[in-house]
Design a protein around this ligand. Sequence first.
Ligand SMILES: Cc1cc2nc3c(=O)[nH]c(=O)nc-3n(C[C@H](O)[C@H](O)[C@H](O)COP(=O)(O)OP(=O)(O)OC[C@H]3O[C@@H](n4cnc5c(N)ncnc54)[C@H](O)[C@@H]3O)c2cc1C
Length: 450
Amino acid sequence: MAINPAEAPKGRMMINPPAVEPTDSGWYLTSGTDLPLVPQRGETRCDVLVIGAGWMGLHAARRYGELAPDNSVVLVDAGRIGNNASGRCMGFAIDLAHNPRKKDFIEDIQGNKDELYTNLDGNAYLRSAVEELGVDCDWDPQGKYHSAATDHGVADLVAFSKALDAMGQGYRWIEKDEMQAMTGSSHYIRALHHPGTILIQPAKYLKNLARVLPRNVTVHENTVVSTARFGTDGHVFETASGVIRAKQVILCASGYLTRFGIFRQTAIPLHTFASMTRELTPAELARAGAHEAFGLIPANSFGTTVRRAQNRLFLRNVYSYAPDFTITRQDVERAREQQMVAFRRRWPDLAGMGFETSWSGLLTLARNGGMVFGELAANVYGAAFCNGTGVSRGAAFGKAVAELALGRTSPVIDILRRKTPPSRAYPEPITGAGVRLVTARRFRQAGKEV
Ligand SMILES: Cc1cc2nc3c(=O)[nH]c(=O)nc-3n(C[C@H](O)[C@H](O)[C@H](O)COP(=O)(O)OP(=O)(O)OC[C@H]3O[C@@H](n4cnc5c(N)ncnc54)[C@H](O)[C@@H]3O)c2cc1C
């Protein structure tokens, strides 16, 4: 995908900094020692600058560094690695997402095959970080349980199973008794186990990968890129205390990519929220079922995602539209109340303990579900907008965009280049009103799946 040259950004552009999340995530707070903090200072010259150190950016930097060991790679992030949206996620590295909102999900066999191929490539790259580079992240390849608490949830799962049948994918139905034994909760009436998804501690993975990036990759956290000037023979970026001159740039800044003058007015920033309990006592753990760890994806996408990990429970739900990307502590508090409702529904005898911490995180959507991948202008590459499933995709997109920047080809690059780019959002207040209406309605309809 190359953008219309007329749209290519020209001149020195001011870039608004990304919003700061009001609280740290539970994953980040339990992810061990901080990385050494080295913000960028003075003048830096590099072959490639990667902006954004989430799933996309870290894997772009890793791949570029591996394939071009004589080139210098600089990776910058406005915040701390692991405390961005990537580290705030629920840690499902999903091979095949269940997308009941996509009208042709069951019929779109080729689309699903492409998605699976891309995500498996991403998961293989994640796995190689664990197995070859020793990245500790509580790697757990147990798959995911699509879990239903209502009859309409079960109907959604039956529809999903038809798509899996059409793709020749194996799965197993789990009935209520088995779910209760596994989770200690009588809330779920049926579930579908689909193998292939890997559960990880996301902040741990990201921080530990940053520690073992190739030697030609230099990482600068707390480094906001505040201006950009794109040129045909190199680009110049200013930070708070310096300047970076790069021959190529790879933009992995999620929705903030639009602030670089690219795909303007396409990002629809949604936030979703999660909470984590304190560590459960042995007696409490016994009431949370027989499995030490599990990951439950709600049958309805507006339902509650659950993980048991690190002897704690993690619950995620609620979507909130934030046109300026900004979330307040009050927004996190309101979402926490919904997570308490979900906690009480599932484990009424444990919910009294409440949550130790709650947080929000950014998802970037486009009106048409489009994603950014490819050469966006001369020597400007980008990968962004992974909707709700950015772990496996992020690893695959990041790896592929670095290969593309180095002139390589691959089947994943071919697939990603065919993807529809994001379309412009309707102007405000239409987008805001529409997103708020739909999210409120779908949340209500999800009922006890929340
Ligand atoms: C609560 C929650 C649960 C989720 N659960 C899952 C899940 O289980 N599985 C899954 O696949 N997906 C999940 N997601 C979605 C997933 O987290 C995102 O799709 C993914 O993190 C996007 O990765 P990214 O690398 O594109 O962007 P980000 O992680 O958003 O990284 C972009 C980075 O760019 C940096 N940046 C932006 N502008 C600048 C600038 N001017 N200068 C310097 N740096 C800049 C930002 O600081 C940021 O760190 C979840 C999301 C949330 C919020």
